[in-house]
Design a protein around this ligand. Structure first.
Ligand code: SF4
Length: 178
């Protein structure tokens, strides 16, 4: 399956934008993991897909670097203003549904793929962490930030906009494949 075919599939699954991701240029930064530890997004130590459960950056960075190809996928919405919570939540849901659809279609073709979602893993309404093992380890979606990625930088390096104009919001995720 070519990257173009995967990008077309992503759009079929509901994404507004998809672009190839150059894995060799990805930057896995310690500073981003430090921000995770500051718990600004309230996901630190609350999910199997986020630090510290996902593992030390040095370890998961090596795992990610072993992939050959990748794709960035995005859903964009228009907001009435920057406090338009309804639009923000709708876009997050659309992004999640499209990502689950896409990764479920890709998994049989690329069983070893590495999906990285938007924010923490949202597969389950409530994560089992830390009381019980992950319910769906094969469908777990670690966040891009858990891998130390600055999402806007990764988009920019791959000529994919991160900002689509005033009063728009874009959620971004990616999948690495071998
Ligand atoms: S699949 Fe469910 S249990 Fe596993 S990390 Fe995601 S939300 Fe948590």
């Amino acid at each position: 399956m070519t990257i173009q075919e995967i990008a077309d599939l992503a759009v079929e699954c509901g994404f507004d934008h998809a672009a190839p991701l150059d894995v060799s240029r990805m930057a896995f930064r310690t500073e981003v993991r430090d921000m995770c530890a500051a718990d600004k997004c309230h996901m630190y130590n609350r999910s199997w897909g986020c630090p510290p459960a996902i593992g030390p950056l040095e370890e998961i960075r090596e795992k990610a670097k072993a992939y050959q190809r990748g794709i960035l996928v995005q859903c964009t919405c228009e907001m009435e203003d920057s406090f338009d919570m309804e639009a923000i939540e709708d876009n997050a849901l659309r992004q999640k549904e499209a990502f689950v659809k896409l990764t479920d279609k890709l998994r049989p073709v690329f069983p070893n793929m590495l999906p990285m979602g938007t924010g923490g893993c949202t597969m389950c309404e409530k994560c089992t962490y830390p009381d019980a093992p992950c319910r769906f380890p094969e469908r777990l979606m670690p966040s891009m930030e858990a891998y130390g990625l600055v999402v806007s930088d990764e988009c920019q390096k791959n000529d994919l906009p991160y900002y689509y104009g005033p009063n728009t919001l874009t959620d971004t995720a990616c999948v690495l494949i071998d």
